[in-house]
Design a protein around this ligand. Structure first.
Ligand SMILES: *Cc1c(COP(=O)(O)O)cnc(C)c1O
Length: 371
């Protein structure tokens, strides 16, 4: 699905040099590269404060913990997402409230927020799934109306741009009160291990989050709150700082792959190519098709026979996860998420794909004989 080694080989000189510098200085924990990278990421995204941390899940947890919510407060989350979005809410003693998603874009529809609101609803986590932004202008209006804090889950969409009705553009993760991202190796900006970051323009929230991920500390050995230990490793920061200078190219390469797939798979009746949501660019963390009138497993096995990988993101919606069996949404009606989980299929999309590979994949899919 990805070619992490191929990308490394292409950037080897730059990356090796950056890693050797860290090793030579032996400042492995909170070394200067962490601060340098955070500064560059702030410039890149436009976020005033960037707080690096250990992974994207911790970023979400730190963001949620900084809002001083009370046990039982409700947080709106999509049904069709990676578990981290929902798990962190539950871990903090808050109550996730599941929203169904739009069948075309796979994203939450801001117009549906009203029907999930109760007096306990305090926050919402829009997930910019697969690389394109939730429609944030109407979402922020609804959030203001219902006094909700907004935490963007931009783990899959770093580098995607959203355009507001007045023409201003903002990057995924910088529109809500807080944004979170992940540097998991396969993400758009991937480390050689785990990593994550939190974005905010609010000085107070930034200070709280910074303290939370550092054992609740601002001054060493004086702990003002109960926190966690979640650091971005210095080696990872050095690698990410190199890769950040290439992120726009990475995204353009992903978009070229998606354009190729769209053009060649668009005419096939048994597949629906991914819809491009309004007002956002698509950074194509995943290229996710909806299969129509065919046995998805049969197609995936057919691909496998030709050495073409495919994956299901995601096979089970949040409302069917056993982990959430104690919550009221468990096994309730979320027809769109169910339908998507039963029909979606993702194809390889990464920065090292060439036309020969793409042609091989799409020609082979066009020859698929079904039903
Ligand atoms: C990857 C991902 C996360 C979590 O990131 P980690 O770095 O793996 O902890 C959270 N939300 C979404 C939507 C993700 O894709």
């Amino acid at each position: 699905m990805v070619d992490l080694y191929g990308q490394y080989v292409r950037l080897k000189d730059e990356i090796d040099r950056a890693m050797m510098e860290v090793i030579a200085s032996s400042a492995f924990i909170n070394g200067p590269a962490v601060r340098t990278f955070a500064g560059h990421l702030s410039e890149y995204t436009g976020a005033e404060y960037v707080i690096p941390c250990g992974n994207g899940t911790d970023a979400l947890q730190a963001a949620l913990a900084s809002l001083h919510l009370l046990p039982g407060d409700e947080v709106l989350v999509p049904d069709f997402t990676f578990i981290a979005t929902v798990e962190t809410v539950a871990l903090l003693g808050l109550t996730p409230v599941i929203m169904d998603v739009d069948p075309d874009t796979f994203l939450i529809d801001p117009a549906s927020i009203g029907k999930y609101i109760t007096p306990k609803t305090k926050a919402i986590i829009p997930v910019h799934l697969f690389g394109q932004c939730v429609d944030m202008a109407p979402l922020l209006e609804e959030a203001e109306k219902y006094e909700l804090k907004v935490i963007e889950d931009a783990a899959q969409a770093l580098g995607a741009w959203y355009t507001f009705p007045d023409g201003t553009r903002k990057m995924a993760g910088t529109m809500g009160d807080i944004g979170c991202t992940s540097f998991f190796p396969s993400k758009n900006l991937g480390a050689f291990g785990d990593g994550g970051a939190v974005f905010t323009d609010d000085e107070g929230l930034a200070a709280t989050i910074r303290s939370y991920v550092n054992h609740g500390t601002q001054k060493k050995y004086y702990h003002e709150r109960i926190g966690i230990n979640s650091r971005l490793d210095t080696l990872q920061a050095a690698i990410l700082d190199v890769k950040l200078t290439h992120l726009d190219e990475f995204i353009e390469a992903r978009q070229r792959v998606a354009d190729w797939y769209d053009e060649h798979l668009g005419p096939l009746s048994f597949l629906r190519i991914p819809a491009r949501a309004a007002n956002t660019t698509h950074s194509f963390h995943q290229y996710t098709l909806v299969t129509r009138g065919i046995d998805r497993r049969h197609l995936m096995n057919y691909l496998k026979e030709a050495g073409i990988p495919s994956m299901i993101y995601y096979p089970l919606p949040m409302h069917r996860q056993e982990a959430f069996s104690g919550f009221p949404f468990y096994h309730k009606e979320f027809p769109v998420a169910d339908q998507l989980c039963n029909t979606v299929m993702s194809l390889p999309v990464h920065t090292e794909m060439n036309e020969e590979q793409l042609d091989y994949i799409t020609t082979y899919i066009k020859n698929y004989q079904h039903g």
